[in-house]
Design a protein around this ligand. Structure first.
Ligand SMILES: Nc1ncnc2c1ncn2[C@@H]1O[C@H](COP(=O)(O)OP(=O)(O)OP(=O)(O)O)[C@@H](O)[C@H]1O
Length: 305
């Protein structure tokens, strides 16, 4: 993988001896671009994520993102079709070819609902949450943590199946912090790699002697559930107002009332959004709760609008 690449003509390129047509741009970030491609042979659509690697460290990070994709083969974790590194006029780019997931990100779906003045029915939340938990459980069982779980990093396919993506911040779940220097290193890393409004409290002020584990993802998962329920993240307003998210995450999350979602879903949300990581549940427990909520009478867990 990643051996052969040429830009054959305007509008088409070759990766691993397979040709793809460029269709359109999908997204552009600070250090990456995502384009929509169509496979010439198979007629399928792909998303090509091009990561600009300004230095050796950035290249290593892109390589790690590739390796993380290759670790997993799971229906709720985005697979990697091919990859290559392109070096042109002194600049390096990592190219990750991914299956194109047509509905886009969970965030874009939530934005559309908000624009329509609508909301997400509880059974749909539970369906999506079930898939996210399944993917996350696999990641945690292999000893890793995603570290940047948020609605823009969850894609939805035509059947509303969620796929976890952007594995660039993923690392070993258990981080043992020994001393203030190591604590500062972890904190600085988190400030760069874990999106502030979904970042777990323990990553804002890393203690000198502590263990960071996969429960950082449970906090972010809680923020994702909140987003599905209220169409905005729990700390979006704090962040937009320029107030301190680090401070806000120290208090219990207030669930806006009146809330038309079931007591069960509300209490599941509260169980994840606990400041002390020791009191947060493991993903397996969350998955069991979701299964339980899904099997209860549809009338009690359907949020009608
Ligand atoms: N396989 C895909 N199918 C459909 N859309 C995709 C795919 N991959 C990426 N995208 C779109 O591109 C966006 C950015 O992708 P990605 O999160 O991987 O890039 P990023 O530069 O790491 O972004 P960020 O740093 O903001 O998280 C996604 O939110 C999604 O809208």
């Amino acid at each position: 993988m990643g051996q052969t690449l040429c830009i054959c003509s305007r509008g088409s390129l070759t990766i691993d001896n397979k040709r793809y047509y460029f269709i359109q741009k999908l997204d552009e970030g600070g250090f990456s671009y995502v384009d929509l491609l169509e496979g010439v042979q198979d007629g399928r659509f792909y998303a090509l994520k091009r990561i600009l690697c300004h230095d050796r460290e950035a290249r290593q990070e892109a390589q790690t993102e590739v390796e993380m994709h290759q670790l997993f083969s799971h229906p709720n974790i985005l697979s990697l079709t091919a990859h290559t590194f392109v070096d042109r006029s002194g600049k390096s780019e990592a190219w990750l070819l991914l299956p194109y997931i047509s509905k886009g990100s969970l965030w874009s779906v939530l934005e559309k609902l908000r624009d329509k003045g609508s909301s997400m029915p509880e059974r749909r939340i539970l369906h999506i949450l079930h898939g996210i938990c399944s993917g996350l459980k696999t990641i945690h069982e292999r000893g890793y943590a995603h570290r940047d779980l948020k609605p823009t990093n969850v894609l939805l396919d035509e059947d509303d199946r969620p796929l976890l993506m952007d594995l660039g911040s993923m690392n070993k779940a258990r981080i043992e912090v020994r001393g203030s220097r190591e604590a500062m290193t972890v904190q600085d890393w988190a400030a760069q790699r874990c999106t502030i409004s979904y970042r777990a409290p323990e990553l804002f002020n890393v203690e000198s002697h502590c263990i960071i584990d996969a429960r950082t993802d449970i906090w972010s998962l809680g923020c994702v559930v909140y987003s599905m329920m209220f169409l905005e993240g729990p700390f979006d307003v704090v962040f937009q107002k320029g107030d301190s998210v680090a401070l806000a995450v120290q208090n219990s999350v207030v669930i806006p009332q009146p809330c038309s979602y079931s007591e069960g879903l509300q209490s599941l949300l509260s169980s994840m959004m606990v400041s002390n990581p020791q009191e947060r549940p493991a993903v397996g427990w969350v998955l069991d709760q979701v299964q339980d909520l899904r099997t209860r009478s549809p009338n009690t867990h359907t949020h009608m609008v």
